[in-house]
Write a protein of this length. Sequence first.
Length: 428
Amino acid sequence: MPEHKLKKGIDFINGIKELGTLLDYHVQLETPVSSEKENSPAVDIAWFKEENQKFPLFIFEVESTASNGMTYNPMKVFSKRNEQFEKPLFFFQVVLKGGQESSRIEDLKNQFGNYNYRIYRTSKTEEEKLVLDILEQHRRLSQDLNIVGLLNYLIDAIWLKIDINQISDHIIKLEFEKNSGELLNSFITLCCTYNDFIPLTVGLLKNIHTDFFSNQNKVNYKTYIGNTWCFPIHLGIIYSSTNDLYTKEKVCNQLKYWQEKNSYMSMIGPHFGLNRDYDDFLIWYSGGLFGLLSFLFYDNIEMREYFANELFKIIDKSSKDYKIINLMWILHIIPISDSGKKLFQKAKKEITKIKAFSFDSFVNPPFSNADEEWIEEYKTKKDSFPDYENYIKVINSKTEKSGNEKIRITCEFLINEFISDEMINSIT
């Protein structure tokens, strides 16, 4: 077949080529259908499972218009004996212009519809159906899919008219990455950049956390916080995503059940001596984790008091120096309320015993990025500790973020091993 010269045809062929490469196929353009003839007719695009395989799995023919010549393109493949050219797993034929009412389209459907063949008309915006069908055919071969790479590519693909949410739903329904746990991790990653993925991702989380025990097998984060402490964070995301009071109450009960009854001891508590990793978590991470949860449950005074009291249990059992980071975080967790004022006074009493205070560390406390040197540096600071009225002014100086913005920020904590100062500042 002659090569395409119009820009639309070239762009579409290059797009299919890039899509095939992204799906981990070996892609060839202008692939001959017969090795025996020197001037053998060729197909526009062929996807092979691996390089050097003789016959392609998928074939794509891109037609500029619904012309008489288009009828020959499937014929040159399906008319061959299997010995000459094995039939592909699927044959995709795309018409870029016209064809809405063309009898040629119907004739092709009637002639080759019994084969693994389908025709698509971009003039009827059937590009989305093309992508959905490609994914279905790919799923017949593999459950592996670079979800982040694929959806990022499709969002920027100007050669396609698609609804990215429809594509995302299809990926979920086809159960890609079913056994690897990468599905949720991928959509959490996408939420860091695109708010459009948040409703779908929240739906995934609700399916995982349908009961008090959840299905943690569906989760595979690459970070310490994500891999170890995703359960309460997921619940916080669900809480932030809804105004439904029943859902909010259920989530609060689930979180308390997880914290108090999921094991023979509390999940986050003053259990020093279990192992070195857990001790390090209590000292360097636990305040930040409760701070992140308080950020997600910000409008719930009862839950913030709950988090503060759970963190005080750890502070009360910690040595003086190792109280510092958690005391900085508790100042961001306690609510502005009568009971919160009592918690403030308790925190002030503990900080007074340390005989040091850093206003900068209060405003921007460390989240896993502190060490013994940081503690020694903190102990040299002699800033004035604010009274309750000035403390309220500092806390109220920050504008509460919307539900979607909270979720986007929280997703960054789940997928990034390094917690930056900017991330910490966004939740305090």
